[in-house]
Every structure is written in C-alpha cells, then in structure tokens.
Design a protein. Sequence first.
Length: 429
Amino acid sequence: MTTLRDPIKVGGLELKNRLYRAPVLEGAGSAKDPAAAYARHFVPNAEAGLGLVIQGNTVVVPEGRTSTGMSCIDERRSMLALAPLPAAIHGAGGKIVIQLGHAGVFALDSWHRDFRPYRRTPPWAPSRLPRWLSPLHRPGGVHVPSTREVAELVARFGVVAAWAREAGYDGVQLAGANAKLLHYFLTPAINRRRDRYGGDVVGRTALVREIRAAIAREAGADYPVLLKYPALEWSPIGPSIDLAEGIEIAKLAELAGFDAVTPVHADVLPNTSIARGGYPADSFRRRGVIHKLRQASGSPLRDRLTRVGMWLSTRRYPFTPVWNRPIFSAVKESVSIPVFAVGGIRTPGEAASILAAGQADLIGIGRPFYAEPDLSRRFLSEADSASFVAACESCNECIVPQMAGLPGLCYNPRLTKLRSRRAKRDSSA
C-alpha cells in the first residue's frame, strides 16, 4: 500500500516522499532580495521533511502579474537572481519546481491604479469578453492576441523555463487554472478563437501543448514539466469545462509529454472556489489593509464589490474536506502519469486515504504552511494519527492582505496572538 513517506519519480524528478507544498502567493517577488524572502518561506518546510515545493505563480512577462508580490521574469538575470533559493532547498533535502504563468484578463495594470500608467497594451484575453465584463478593463478594453503573438508567447515560456533550469530549479509547472491566461485559452466560456488555438478541446489545449514542446526545445526534453489546470469548471457566461472534457485535457497533456497533472475545480471568474473557507471579516476591519486596497483600486465602490464578491463566493464555496477528490480520482483512472492532489487536504488521515485508494500520487497542501512552516514534520510523523488538528482554520484572512500587496502569511488574529505569546514565552525561558 502506498504511503505518504514513499518516494516517487515524476519524469526525471526523484522525490523522497509524496508531500508537496502547493503553489500559493508568497508575496516575496517584490522584496529587495526575493531569493532570501522565498527561502524564509520554503527552507523550514524542506528542513521539516517536505519532498517538493512548488513556488507560486511567476510570470514570464512584466504585464503578466495579478499582484505586486508576484515574481516577474523580465530578463535572464531576474531568474538567475533566484538561484540561491533552489540551492537552499536542495541543501535542506528538498526539491523545488517553479510555476510559470501569465495573468491575462486580470493583469495588475488593469485594476491597480498605480500600475495603469505603465500599461504597455491592454490585458490579454483569447477572445473578446462578454459585454458585461468589459467595463472592468476600461480604458482600453482587452487585447486579443494574433496567432503570431500567441506563438511568440509560447516561445517566451520556453526561454524562461531554460533560465529556470540554469538557476537550479528542478522543473516547472504551468499555471493553467485560477482564471489566468492559460485557463482562459482552455475554457470554451472565453476562448472562441477560430485559429489553431481555439475550437474544440484539441484546439483549446494547443497553447499549453505548444508551450510543453517549446520547453523541451529550450530547456531540454528531460526537464520535468507539470500542468495545473481546471478539470471541472463553473461559468456564468457560457459553456464550461465538464469532467469528461477535464479528463480529455489530461489525456492530451500526457500525449504532449507533460510529466504530471494537477486537476482542480476552478470558476471562470476569480473567487474563493480555489481557497474555500470563511469570509475574512477581520481583514476588512484592518485599517492598514483597507488603506492599501483602496490605494490600489482607487475606488470605494470597487472595495465594496470586492467584499460582496467574497461574501457571495464563501457562501457558494464553504470549506469542505478534500473538495477536489471526485476530480483528481477520475483523472487518475484515465492517465498513467502522476496525478497531484490538492484542495482541502488538512489531515494525514485524508492524505493516507487518497494514496491507499490509488486516487492520486502526491498530496498537496498550500495555505496551512502559512500557519505552520514545519507542518510537513507533523504530517509525515503522524501519518496514522486520527487526532491530528492543523493550525490553519481556512478562515481566508490571508487572501485580502495579499490582494493589497502584503506578504503571504497567516493573518488569522487568533493564531497571530497565540504565536506572539509563544514567542514571548520562548524568549523569556
């Protein structure tokens, strides 16, 4: 029977166990020394036994950010400046993969007041947006790239992946979900193109499949490439990806040479479907957070819309344990490459049940690492414990500060006070 402590090989990447840190927004990209800032997040995870870190979304062009804290690879030296980070993770006994993506419609300069003056082109979308979405992106609307421009973006992913290998990263993951550009090329709700990048599921996966080929050319055919993508989707604006098509996408990814897939549920519009839990009321009471959020949006109305949108989405998507289980288990039955599980996995018992049933090959945890950097030690040592309780309460208090440009940390006021009391006690001991 497969257990969490068993090693696994993902393409050419050998991992000492099956626990990985899922990509979240660490908010370290805007630090003076991003490598050191990321290391403060990740090295304690690896020292506690974590097998793999997937570094959160790193964009391949400057206009591809959705947050001020995202790392932006505008040239080779930007990636090589991160080289101390993979070295530190390797020194702690772990491996690290960097997630590469592009914001698309919700790029930073489409909504952040301070970045609008630097907009080079309107934010990208595979097709024209529905009329009711267009006002979010005025002035300038969105830019629908030509076939040539899409091909140039494909080449850019290949070059950035080669730089990632040069910097010491053990592989890359494409950020194909969460309402980003690659997601929008995959979904029929947005992608209504008539060139080779649109149409049926084969056409709509052409972008990610061509990126996979470009990475093989630029970084080497043996360089591991993973794909996170929506295998089930809800859309208020037209047809969406159902599970049958989600399985077909996984099969096409395997044929294209991807070394693993992470299938998830994702709505067409960004909301808390990707981070289910409570409404972060305390975040909207923090003066510093609200000030930064209002500075960014430049509009009290947008602030209110953010609050209402989050309230509605937390009602639609309350926290449920292992919410992606029907998705990743169905994909696992259909492909032979490793399938990464993620979404609401909070106990070693849940992880053990997934692996024992053969429903996935690796177990991902994201936000709980904000609250417990050494969580992997407890997960791996208490794999059979029925009394395990994670510190993370899925309160979503970490989301709004990240939108405002603050670091990716645990902002739960109860846990913050508890950590402060512990720190004072340890310092006086």
